[in-house]
Design a protein around this ligand. Sequence first.
Ligand code: PEP
Ligand code: MG
Length: 948
Amino acid sequence: MPFVYDFDHQHRRPPMELKDLLGGKGANLAEMTSVLRLPVPHGFTITTDACRAYMAGGWPASLSAEVQRARGRLERKMGKRLGDAVDPLLVSVRSGAKFSMPGMMDTVLNLGLNDESVQGLAKQTDDERFAYDSYRRFVAMYGRIVLGLPGESFDHLLDEAKERAGVTSDAEVPLSELRAMVAQYQKVVRQGTGKAFPQDPETQLRGAIEAVFRSWNGPRAIAYREHEGIDHDLGTAVNVQAMVFGNRDEQSGTGVGFTRDPATGTKGEYGDFLVNAQGEDVVAGIRNTEPLSALKASFPKIHDELLGIFGRLERHYRDMCDTEFTIEQGKLWMLQTRVGKRTGRAALRMAVDMTKDSAIRLTREEALGRVTAEHLEQVLHPQFAGSGHAVLTKALGASPGAAVGRAYFTADEAAAAAADGTPVILVRNETSPEDVHGMLASQGILTARGGLVSHAAVVARGWGKPAVVGAEKLRIDGKSFRVGSTVVSEGDWLSLDGTAGEVVLGQVALIEAEPSAEFETVLGWADAVRKGHLKVRANADTGADAANARRLGAEGIGLCRTEHMFIAEDRLPIVRRMILAETAEEEDGALEELRVAQRTDFVDILEAMDGLPVTVRLLDPPLHEFLPDIGELAIKEATTGLTPEEQRLFAAAKQWQEFNPMLGTRGVRLGVIKPGLYAMQVRALMEAALDRVAAGGKPVIEIMIPLTVSRPELALARGWVEQAVADVLTQAKKAGAPALRGRLHVLIGTMIETPRAALRAGEIAEVADFFSFGTNDLTQMTFGFSRDDVEGRMMSAYLEKGLLAHNPFEVVDADGVGELVRMAVTRGRATRSDLKVGVCGEHGGDPQSIALFADAGLDYVSCSPFRVPIARLSAAHSVLAAVPAKKKAVPAKKKAVPAKKKAAPAKKKAAPAKKKAAPAKKKAVPAKKKAVPAKKKAAGRQSAARRR
Ligand code: PEP
Ligand code: MG
């Protein structure tokens, strides 16, 4: 396979599909040149294969000759030669990986200039100043990027030249100073490397290509890939392209244009441009730009041509494209295009609009594929509450959502403050890729300079971080800034509205975003796609949470952690009385009080989820969680002394203390040693259900036993539950309650949270109506990783060293835990083919994990309320992804048949068990309505990873 392809090479497939080989930029340059025949400066692409070969074993033997031949072809097409003393060709050398990594890798511009060709350039352009300015830029760029010299050694010489000349902008530096700077820069190179600045274009080209290859493994690029989850082995392509100059004169310019507004999705051109400037000036945000619409006035013909190209690009790519273009002395050149990054709001709007656009005709399935989990997360961003805030300054709303934090002025300080738990607003003149860690750590970003496509804007939008850019009135001075007479110092509170572009002093209250109409439309399509496949429930413990979850599309509750009801301020003393009880009467009395309290909690939840299944998990955590901290009591005992009540609590805490509480007396084990506890909870739940029936409701109840490891254990617990259910129903009947036929549905099942339960799922299913995988504990116990300890201490080291591909508490471990899940589903359903199976660990809201659960045949996933919309979309994505795979996978599917067949007799075998379970059990009513979003991922994780 060749390592080098010209942009006009006729590939067998559309080059835009060859991103693996040509990188994104190279593939699209080839598409624009060879397919769309747009005005693109000629050039060639060195493939990602070459980069991978370079990373594995150095410069590939055949690459020099290939580059030389491609250079010859380029020179012939352009009628110019690199390094020519009369009419030189200049090239840019740019990175271009499969996935866009804006600003994370290196670029060298103006390559081909040397002491001779600079004179040729001066003559050809009749502009010595331009020629020497290009040359001094090239020497500095080459010195910094290829030769690894510090940028400041060049920058300070430029500052000195400006000072000598008494000017403030680069454009005003006189020719004499530029000539002197070239010599000074070359001296810096000689001193820094021990060698003269290379004059030979071939040496220059090889150096630049190698530098771009190397930049793939630069710290910025690695950090970016880690954050974005991009594979480190992909490598980058390198694009060598004839230079065109936007900085030739006032008839020249450069810009970045989008075919639609990437922030809102509104149809129509959008972007920035600068007259008489090079591309980097726009992206770096060093000069404030003009909006693309202003091009109409200054360059009307070019404006029309550009809009024509935008239309063709949209029709061709069937998507919003972003572009970089340059105008050189009145001629338009397209330098880059790609499917553009967009905010969540824009993604939703474009996905819906493009299904109605006759030039694009997106199908609903395609539209769903254009919306990601991150997009949905973004539209769930908070906004300013109320209106009429005193706006300190208004600038460009570059990335939507509102943020509140304390002002920090460097990326390092921002990152350090954020690490201490301070919410941070990063305030910079402009941002560069060096600031990425500070940007990541911040709640929001504010810059004094830059346009809507400046670095800060692009990066913030990609991450969904609120950002306000181009706040020209900001005067930053060290650790403070001034707007008029107002001074804001490090640590002062700021609020940003990244949609309106407003900066407000102090802390503005925030409210959750109202999702747009397109949000509901897209999720409606997602629901249609996943119908009959994977349902989405929520983990919710209160009526308010349940109502919120339903609003966000939840189709029931997959996990109600009843311990959260015990922790409430008014319940804790009762729980403690129950624990401290010395006699059966005392214990019964406390349980009775708890029953009354829990009953009202359950009524609220069942009401909010009326008609939908509610899975109530009986008490799970170890009892010491409800007792005061032993350490604190010990200190108090030694200092001020303990009250008699505290002394009793201290004794109980010591008695219940365990060396390894996560593996101790919790879950069903607690039920075994305190059987009255589970009976009380079931009674409270059933009484609540009867209240709901009496009120005309339709409760659908699933009672879940936590942490079981064997059939006998579950059978025992099931017995208590059935007894309690029967008791409540009998009592109700005696009290003259109306007949319940068809109005009350109760299933009894278990969590599968231990490897043993997964292994013995076949026999456990004999006494379970449903399984719910508790993948938090299952992960903990499969890895032997404490869910409370390893993430803080060792997870980052494991991820950095590549010992784990993901944090297994975030993304389910497909090979280990995933295998246990698949095995338990197969074994459980072999016993009982109608076994309902779901997941309620945190992984239920993670897109990658959802794909695995869908593939494993689960009936539903359950996650924190705010993740419900994401789970709905991800479930649809996994169904869509499975369609072609299933079509292709005929043999695999065939192989699966015997397993299904095997299930049939097993089902028969299960019949007696089913009968045994009969008393309380009626066939569950299928969930009907869906609800929707609710909490943030962090909140979900917190409630899962309890303080055990
Ligand atoms: C689990 O273990 O995955 C689970 C949902 O239970 P908890 O997080 O409450 O232990
Ligand atoms: Mg658990």
